[in-house]
Design a protein. Structure first.
Length: 167
């Protein structure tokens, strides 16, 4: 057994939501351990690349859970919270790419995501607290009319994103 997690999800689950290009360009995370046969890893690598994955990432289960709390689970919570604004229901004609990007994953399967969130609660709560702290800084700068602070917060976010590169 080797744990794995395809980074190729969609906001809807089940067979009817599948597509033949689901894995094209995606990353596959594998969590081998010291008992893992290296030949099996080579076989799996060839298999996953053959079905369209762009590459494999190797991790231990703890690192996987910690990073997934940030890269996936936190985005689902933020999206779910974002669409709860009354303005979300009045947005017709006022929304485009930004709104679509922020809300796509709010169409989640709450049973599955509740289980995933609770299994990873320690890491997820830490990331959620960081997000809340960051959002509070924006809120405080806006409430006080501090244009320089707003500009600095936005610049910091832009620069961090540019330094991280990729998606």
């Amino acid at each position: 057994y080797i744990g794995g997690h395809p980074m190729a999800g969609r906001e809807r689950g089940g067979f009817t939501a599948s597509s033949e290009d689901l894995y094209v360009g995606a990353s596959m995370i594998l969590t081998p351990d010291k008992r893992t046969d290296m030949q099996l890893l080579e076989t799996l690598k060839a298999f996953f690349l053959d079905i369209g994955f762009a590459g494999l990432t190797f991790s231990d289960p703890e690192e996987h859970d910690r990073i997934i709390a940030f890269t996936s689970q936190l985005a689902h919570i933020a999206s779910s919270a974002y669409v709860k604004s009354p303005e979300a229901q009045r947005r017709r004609g006022f929304s485009a790419g930004s709104f679509q990007d922020m809300t796509r994953v709010a169409r989640l399967d709450e049973d599955m995501w509740t289980e995933l969130f609770l299994d990873d609660a320690d890491y997820l709560v830490k990331e959620l607290d960081i997000l809340i702290e960051n959002l509070t800084a924006y809120s405080q700068a806006l409430k006080s009319g501090d244009a320089e602070r707003v500009r600095a917060l936005l610049r910091e976010g832009r620069e961090l994103k540019a330094a991280a590169g990729g998606n």
